[in-house]
Design a protein around this ligand. Sequence first.
Ligand SMILES: [Zn+2]
Length: 477
Amino acid sequence: MKVSSWSIVVAAGFSLFAAASLSAQPFSSLSPDVREYVTVSEPVVALANVRVVDGTGAQPLEAQTVLIQDGRIAAVGPSASVQVPEGARTLDLTGHTVIPGLVGLHNHTFYTTRGRSVQLQHSAPRLYLGSGVTTIRTTGGTSPYHEINMKRGIDAGRIPGPHMHLTGPYLTGMDGGATMAQVSTPEEARRIVAYWAEEGVTWYKAYTAISREALKAAIDEAHSRGLKFTGHLCSVSFREAVALGIDNLEHGFFTNSDYAADKQPSECPASMRNSLLDVDLEGPEVRRTIEDMVSNDVALTSTLAVYELSFPDRPPLEQRVLDALAPEAREEYLDVRKQLSERASESTQPELFRRAQRFERMFADAGGLLASGVDPTGIGGALPGFGDQRNYELLIEAGFSPVEAIRILSLNGARVLGVDDTLGSVETGKQADIVVIRGNPVATHGDIRNVTIVFKNGVGYDAARLIAAVKGQVGLR
Ligand SMILES: [Zn+2]
């Protein structure tokens, strides 16, 4: 009786989701190159006796069973009451925790040190997936066709990697970076947005030198196509960008030029950093920024892991990071890290970092939608996936509870991308993008690194095998 009524519910659920299941990707559709990373290939799988942190912010539930069927979560509940169909593969996950697949909103597929910028066509997709990041938004490409082709390869089952949301190149002003679209007029901005829309991007990212006029035109063009806009800004302040209709702002407090007294229109003020160190966090100016963002539904992307690299003697050095890096990239990172350490007493970064953490907490407390991403750039110590996991600890350091931090890393990202009806949490009916972790990251935060299996579309990938495949490759390919 119980089984049959439950089956009806599941059947109804599946027909409801049929239209949305564009990314269904059964094991049978994967190429041999991807299958070599798969450790759970059966269509019906029960994750039994496991702790569930479902990504909604709810408290962990013990002794649960998560039933995966044909790429979807068919049931979640106490192990004693979830009916496991005959023939299912059951994994006894006593001592393990499951969380939703992470949704990384600032997750480049390129990587930098102070000496290099390298497209990680091989290592980024494997590192993301192996670290439990099952969905990424690229948020500025230095080689957009690399990313378009990576996404095609992943969607076709030829490359192991996360679901990808593409942004195309950065849009900036005339003195921007060499790989960026340097936009001088509103017409040019519209033309560039239109071109990349045709190429399949769904988001755009503005950068620090864009003019207000060009940004306005670009946002309007994107919105007219149903596409969205984010920015790592400076020449346009947060409140100005909100007024122009932007959907998301990257990096939080660090890139906010609202408080620079010498701010000229469309110019990045030299005093921005000092203004961030000086402004009263509890004062009216900061409150106005947050109020503008919240009342206009502008999301904020936290990227603490990359900014922490400028904080002397942080983060703790991890052997797995050193192992994944190519020898030259490792040397470049450790070299700059040493320089920062030698000048630690003069550094204002610790104070700025604490302020940025406080700002993120205030934004979320005010009802703002806070998500996160790694941003594997800067001096090169925040690696794809590994840095997303570090964000978990840094958000907890900022004052979020572990379950809140998990929500920021998963469901909130899905909400920003507008895919939260199909993924982002461990709930019945959703796509089976699930991370299995040995231990309990709620009690022992560092356990977030102990990823053993990553389910994407219900197919279980061996995390260790994916990470092993990039040994010595980050910084090369
Ligand atoms: Zn970035």
